[in-house]
Write a protein that binds this ligand. Structure first.
Ligand code: ATP
Length: 338
């Protein structure tokens, strides 16, 4: 059976001032088992960073109990806490005159004596962390001279060297381009599975979280969390409730957000699946709704190959050689309406 690494019971988070308390989240009951990658998702300002800081013990919880490896977080201090959890924050730390390896070595601080002398086992774990984060060619480079994506990998390597059962990352993909975002998510998933770590990351990358994470903690604007399997949260409309508004909605079929807007006509579309998908995107962007019933459609489009779209409208049959031409023709037919 999988061991539970993080367990939150009736946790409330927030900020205390001398004469008042500002509650951000309440009644959080959630847990993470070893080997699991969990995404904390929610709108701006709902309380994701506050929760991560509370779990890390950087600020006290207002109510409830947080257990890491069955130990209450408030009973953990200094090095004992640093052996159980590592935290990678969004803010880039700016350090002068340190090379990448120096920073990864900091991860071993909880295990070294008062003089900070590294033992052979520490060196092995530092080398492994550098390797796992693909930093072998960077280990002697100045940290301050790296790109944001490379700095992010260094921070992950430092957290890995810390060798904790729980790793937490606050918006780790924030400064990365798309290939690096995917690469990082894959790396975190591999780490969870191969090293049996419990990993909690906050993110705004809904599609990446849906693809790569075992569980999603979905936080709404009132700070309540619904925890579940990504696909279940899509199908039970939890995503739609948290993220949709008057301007756009969450489309369950495709898993993306779409603008609510007037439709200019309906299209019945047939043909090769890949070309159909890109044609669908263009049609929907232009304000056309795709329907399954040929009889009721304003336009019918049959895709013959990647250079031929056959547009049928009442008595007309028009052959188009690109999606751009298809859209121009449909818009021309619709001119009086649009
Ligand atoms: N030190 C603080 N004192 C008082 N309120 C704070 C403090 N830090 C954050 N807040 C408030 O707590 C709420 C939650 O902030 P938090 O940064 O946790 O949200 P978030 O979900 O991480 O947001 P984002 O997605 O924009 O990063 C916000 O209303 C914010 O203004």
């Amino acid at each position: 059976m999988k061991k539970t690494i993080l367990n939150l019971q009736k946790t409330a988070t927030g900020y205390k001032y001398s004469n008042k308390t500002k509650v951000i989240s309440r009644e959080i009951n959630a847990s993470i088992d070893e080997g699991k990658l969990v995404a904390l998702l929610g709108p701006n300002g709902c309380g994701k960073s506050t929760l991560l800081r509370t779990i890390a013990g950087l600020q006290p919880s207002l109510e409830g109990t947080i257990f890491i490896n069955n130990t209450k977080i408030e009973n953990l201090k200094g090095k004992a806490k640093a052996k159980l959890l590592s935290l990678v924050l969004t803010d880039r730390i700016e350090v002068a005159n340190l090379i990448v390896r120096d920073i990864v070595e900091v991860g071993r601080y909880p295990y070294t004596g008062s003089m900070g002398v590294l033992q052979p086992k520490d060196e092995i774990l530092i080398n492994e962390a550098i390797q796992q984060c693909n930093l072998e060619d960077y280990s002697d480079r100045m940290y301050s001279e790296l790109s944001d994506g490379e700095k992010q990998r260094v921070m992950l390597a430092r957290a890995l060297a810390q060798d904790t059962p729980l790793m937490m990352l606050d918006e780790p993909t924030a400064h990365l381009d798309l290939p690096n975002r995917v690469e990082l998510m894959k790396m975190l998933r591999d780490l969870a599975q191969e090293m049996n770590k419990a990993i909690l990351l906050s993110t705004h990358e809904l599609d990446l979280a849906l693809q790569w994470c075992d569980t999603i903690w979905l936080m709404n604007t009132d700070g309540y969390i619904e925890s579940g399997f990504p696909e279940d949260l899509v199908l039970n409309d939890a995503f739609a409730k948290v993220f949709s508004n008057d301007s756009f909605y969450f489309d369950k079929t495709t898993g993306v957000f779409k603008l609510n807007r007037r439709t200019y006509g309906t299209v019945f579309l047939t043909g090769n699946n890949v070309i159909k998908e890109w044609t669908r995107r263009a049609l929907e962007r232009e304000g056309y709704e795709l329907i399954d019933n040929e009889k009721d459609a304003t336009h019918c489009v049959h895709i013959q190959d990647s250079k031929k779209w056959l547009l049928k409208n009442q008595n007309k049959k028009i052959s188009c050689s690109s999606i751009e031409e298809l859209l121009n023709r449909i818009n021309n037919l619709n001119n009086n309406v649009k």
